[in-house]
Write a protein that binds this ligand. Sequence first.
Ligand code: GLN
Length: 560
Amino acid sequence: MKNKKLKYIFVAGGVMSGVGKGVSVSSIAKIIQWQGLKVTCVKIDPYVNVDAGTMNPTEHGEVFVLSDGLECDQDMGNYERFLGENLSRSNYLTTGSIYLDVIKKERALKYDGRCVEVVPHIPLAILAKINQAAIESQADVIIVEIGGTVGEYQNILFLEAIRILKTKKPADVVLALVSWLPYQGLGSELKTKPTQYAVRTINAVGLQPDVIIARAAFALDQKRKEKIAFNCNLKEEEIISAPDIKIIYEAPLNFERDNLGRVILKKLNLKKKYKKTDRLVWSKLIRTVKTAKAELRIGVVGKYFASGNFILSDSYISVIEAIKHAAYFFKRQPIIEWLSADDFDPAYVKTKVKENLLKLKKLDGVIVPGGFGSRAVEGKINAIRFCRENKIPFFGLCYGMQLMVIEFARHLTGLNQAQTTEIDPATPAPVIDILPEQKNNLTNQAFGATMRLGSYPAILAEKTIAAKAYGQTKISERHRHRYEVNPAHVETLTKAGLIFSGFSPDKRLMEIAELPKNKHPFFLGVQFHPEFQSYPLKPQPLFKEFIRACLKRRLIGNQK
Ligand code: GLN
């Protein structure tokens, strides 16, 4: 069925990347949702990769996984967190995926023998995919983020798609440009010239922005708004100030201060069905977060941090957000400490390992997130052991859970050579082993989109930390892995005291491992990625339980 009344908002970036286009899109979506309208978001990545699954996190940030198993860009995570809704694989496309669709269609003679050309066939395929996402979600408004920055060769065909659509449906399309105003310090002013150039660049491909979202270190003054409006063919009310903020969830409220919702609705000739309470609940959350004083220190032990001289927390963005959501629930200000796993491995730092491990005691809790391959593994295992032996709350996510099981096996079951076959296929104690259905994929080098991906159900054992946290015994969580706890070792591990509190309905796959509360305040690992289903107003249950244990530790610590 065709969605006749569909309205489109395209968001492109000017000046440079990394100025918060994803948060802008999520915030516009939130504002539209506050008007009582059904909204969905699409992310377009200009890469030739068919999806984000084959990219290294230091290259491209976290790989987010949707319920239906698509591996995609981290912005999709932002959209879901802001909207509080599940998106589907129709909501994500890349240059690679579009070309693949068009080429498959051509091979299937679907173009009736015509010459298939870059223009118009690629932009038309892009528009078809966008419409499909809108139909699937029954949206009134679809917001499409164009990856990259205007002026690049890479996203030109996506801009051409907007031009074609705007020509056909001028009243139904709004183009927002997220730009950036540099500030050179005291005595200077916010500079509008780069934004003016960005607008001219997008004008050159036949497009005029309807709204400019002006990112800058602080809010725009009237003069800057006048200047941008005058030079970029817009009205002052169409220039929206987007100052730096500490809490990304504040962005929609900021945009509303400049009436972005009203401006967009007017342009699209849309009527609001205002749901006031939603916005109030959101504002209340922001107020709580801003006024929360007490801190909470969580260490994240990982390896995807370094990129030259920068720390790339983007690699673990969903983990960070999930920590925040749970901390906000308890009115705490989370402080996240990045701990490089190498600091806990004598092979990398000869003398200081003990000292570094002792520093973990100052934290309220430790997380070992997902990962791949052998690098940094021994450091992570040492950190996990220290947390277990010193009763520091520990939460292992995917690889973090697998390494927790290896640590437990090595030190408590006598399997001192315990290992995952991901690292050593010939290990004598393969406590973590490849899923049988994965073996052919590796042999055939079929790496793309072939892991165990997306949502799977799990059953929880009653009276466990996991069951208590969820408040139910049937759950569904998102996955992204090839290896699992080896069923052949489950009995040995269980006998030594590890509880498998979550498992697949056929009991074949172990989903959650934990130590009982009388042995450790919180020592729990999950084979899935709970961080992909955490929302600002609805923290993920296990993150909430972990933070609760961290707070308890803090209280006990303070009493000493
Ligand atoms: N490398 C592990 C596996 O493939 C864990 C993956 C992850 O942490 N996402 O099973």
